[in-house]
Design a protein around this ligand. Structure first.
Ligand code: FES
Length: 157
């Protein structure tokens, strides 16, 4: 990562971790997933409200965690809000690809500034941080498909 990119990375992570977007809870009609990272104890509660056609109508998160986990979750909510379930799933797969460095990204444009988190692949422990919110999102999407509304996910799964 060159100096300019590193600076941008730091600015974006700091901005989102200090002022997380879509922070809070959805108390009615949402799928709720509690996710944790047992290696550090950080947690996330993700609330996803799906429209009748499966689109992500609203999404919020709360919990406590490191800057990367909070920033990644915040950026995720901005990206997937209003998107069809299939788009959110494919974005999640592409995000996993860039943070693990394994596989091929299908839609680079859709990732946008999420690509700044690519450097995480050099720090295996940080992959769990970056994926905390996304794993909860994947779980919420699976639960919606199965008709459930409460679930948990753990990075050790
Ligand atoms: Fe716990 Fe990052 S150190 S999620």
């Amino acid at each position: 990562m060159n100096d300019e990119l590193r600076e941008l990375y730091q600015q974006v992570i700091l901005d989102h971790s200090r002022k997380p977007r879509n922070h809070g809870e959805i108390t009615e009609g949402a799928v709720h997933v509690h996710g944790d990272n047992p290696s550090c104890g950080d947690e996330i509660d993700l609330y996803v409200k799906f429209a009748a056609d499966g689109k992500i109508e609203d999404i919020k998160f709360s919990g406590s965690g490191c800057a990367i986990s909070q920033a990644s979750a915040s950026m995720m909510t901005l990206k997937v809000k209003g998107k069809p379930r299939a788009d959110a799933e494919s974005l999640s797969q592409d995000f996993r690809t860039i943070v693990t460095g394994e596989g091929t990204v299908k839609n680079e444009d859709a990732l946008g500034e999420l690509q700044l988190l690519e450097g995480v692949q050099h720090f295996p422990q940080r992959v769990k941080c970056a994926m905390l919110g996304w794993r909860a999102l994947e779980q919420a999407i699976q639960m919606r498909a199965a008709g459930g509304s409460e679930g948990t996910t753990s990075s050790e799964d």
